[in-house]
Ligand binder design. Structure first.
Ligand SMILES: [Mn+2]
Length: 248
């Protein structure tokens, strides 16, 4: 049995399938971890999401900002922008089943000393802090009032964490750190390209293994031009999206 980790697929279904073929992914034995952003920008969003749903017993994923945006659009909290191409999902006959499944995916996952998040973990949080705070957001997304969360999710403020934050403001900061953070020491830069809150085309997906004081963190690394608060010990970059890395 092998576990593979894949970066942002963003609807690039054909390259994703080619990678699975290349590593001879066996859904009967192997597991796939995804850092999220399954959809948006690429040509085959519906096929990508259906593949993950169909292989849900073999998949561990965390939510990315584009996945959250899809759910917000589906819940009526947001309208897709002209840069979004998630209409194939929003108009699909099985949309409800697919998006409901997405609602129950976590923002952070930790197993055997490896932690998976989409964008990053601020250096002042422990892994346990991250899992606890991710759960606060997951709880909101899984609840009957999830639209209230999606209504308040968008925005960059505040950018500095404070334990006393509460309500939707707190949930927004947690979401921004875990799913949109580009670089920080005590602050977060959300002004980068490639997210539905900011616009632009995403950077090519890459994978990294962070070895920090808390253990290993797998996340999409920040662009090379930006400082990373956690020392990158093993960065794997791919020429074209998406990329797969054999984890264990
Ligand atoms: Mn993203």
């Amino acid at each position: 049995m092998s576990t593979y980790v894949v970066g942002d697929i963003q609807g690039c279904f054909a390259p994703f399938k080619n990678l699975l073929k290349k590593v001879k992914f066996n859904p009967d034995k192997d597991r796939l971890w995804s850092v999220g952003d399954l959809v948006n920008r690429g040509p085959k969003n519906l096929e990508t999401l259906r593949w993950f749903y169909d292989h849900r017993d073999n998949v561990t994923m965390v939510l990315g900002n584009h996945d959250l945006h899809l759910m917000a659009c589906s819940a009526g909290a947001r309208r897709p922008s002209r840069k979004d191409n998630i209409d194939d999902i929003l108009e699909a006959p099985d949309r409800e089943k697919l998006i409901e499944w997405l609602h129950f995916q976590p923002l952070a996952h930790s197993e055997d000393g490896v932690t998976l998040v989409h964008a990053g973990i601020p250096p002042m949080w422990t892994i346990q802090n991250t899992l606890d705070r991710a759960w606060e957001v997951e709880n909101a997304i899984q609840g009957a009032r999830c639209k209230d969360f999606f209504d308040e999710m968008y925005g960059n403020e505040p950018i500095v964490w404070d334990d006393s934050l509460s309500g939707m403001t707190r949930l927004r900061v947690i979401t921004n750190y875990i799913t949109r953070m580009l670089a920080n020491k005590s602050q977060v830069n959300f002004a980068g390209r490639g997210n539905p809150f900011g616009g632009g085309f995403p950077d090519p997906p890459r994978l990294a293994s962070h070895a920090d004081t808390f253990g290993s963190v797998l996340t999409r690394p920040p662009p090379a031009c930006q400082l990373n608060p956690l020392s990158l010990s093993n960065t794997v970059t791919s020429a074209s999206p998406p990329s797969l890395k054999r984890c264990k």
